[in-house]
Design a protein around this ligand. Structure first.
Ligand code: SF4
Ligand code: MG
Length: 284
């Protein structure tokens, strides 16, 4: 299954987003999906371009609004594999309200955030993920705002699947995306995806020095929410791997009263032509 298309990404050489694209393409293929089974919805930002680089259905949405589009698509046609992708500015600044409610709601989609702790597309301003003291054009004397902790936030909102990857480890990222696709309900995968042009602090080398891979720790239990929270707080979120999963939580779709297996988009409207015309006229 070929999820690559002929469009050449115009990301800067070395941008972490290349690995995210490759990991997604591998994960879809490994899961036996066909391009026509997959929709990739993106927001705005360098990362938002990803939907144009995938041989699948793509929807380049507006800033911070990838999740409402993705949830709507999934609810209309649950036969599709729906993936939303965007940056840290997109998902944790303007789109934060949608992120938190999508987690709470638990529609069966996968959300991949390319977290580079900066606004790349607009040429380097602080994002909610920037460290305090981070100097940018918008904060020449260093950021004086606290950094948002998206994974702790996701846990408190009742997330059923929380994972984190790093662009240098394509194998782990592919595996985590596959697990996210298989999870029934909303999956959040945050990816440390360095911006080589505007973030000279949180670089590949910096992450290699600071990150711990939870998969190498046999004592870590990803099915315990308390220890997941503790681990994130202890490490300042500098971990990769499956952080938390709750396989028991039902997805939004499964809880809909009168749930029908057949997707809404494929259900017979059972309207006569006259009834249909009448309905259309009402909205004309
Ligand atoms: Fe990637 Fe940063 Fe270049 Fe954007 S500006 S393409 S995030 S390296
Ligand atoms: Mg960003």
């Amino acid at each position: 299954k070929e999820f690559r298309n002929k469009v050449k990404p115009n990301w800067c050489p070395g941008c972490g987003d290349f690995s995210v694209l490759a990991a997604m393409q591998r994960a879809f293929a490994n899961q036996g999906l066909e391009p026509e089974d997959v929709v990739l919805v993106s927001g705005i930002g360098c990362s938002g371009r990803i939907s144009g680089y995938m041989n699948a259905y793509g929807f380049h949405g507006i800033h911070g609004r990838a999740l409402p589009i993705a949830q709507g698509l999934k609810l209309a046609n649950r036969d599709l594999t729906v993936v939303a992708a965007g940056g840290d500015g997109d998902g944790f600044a303007i789109g934060l309200g949608h992120t938190i409610h999508a987690i709470r709601r638990n529609v069966d989609i996968t959300y991949i955030v390319m977290d580079n702790q900066v606004y790349g597309l607009t040429k380097g301003q602080t994002s909610p993920r920037s460290d305090m003291g981070f100097k940018t054009k918008s904060t020449p004397k260093g950021s004086i705002e606290a950094t948002i902790a998206p994974l702790e936030m996701a846990l408190t909102a009742g997330a059923g699947f929380v994972a984190q990857a790093f662009s240098s480890d394509l194998k782990q990222m592919t595996h985590l995306i596959e697990e996210g696709l298989k999870h029934r309900g909303f999956s959040l995968i945050n990816v440390y995806s360095p911006c080589v042009t505007y973030n000279k602090i949180n670089t590949y080398d910096w992450f290699k020095e600071h990150i711990t891979n939870l998969e190498e720790d046999e004592t870590y239990d990803p099915y315990n929410r308390m220890t997941a929270m503790q681990k994130l707080m202890e490490t300042g979120g500098l971990v990769t791997g499956l952080i938390y999963q709750n396989k028991e939580r039902k997805s939004y779709e499964e809880l809909i009263p009168g749930f029908r297996e057949e997707p809404l988009a494929k259900q017979d409207l059972k309207l006569s032509k006259e009834e249909f015309d009448e309905l259309v006229a009402e909205f004309a």
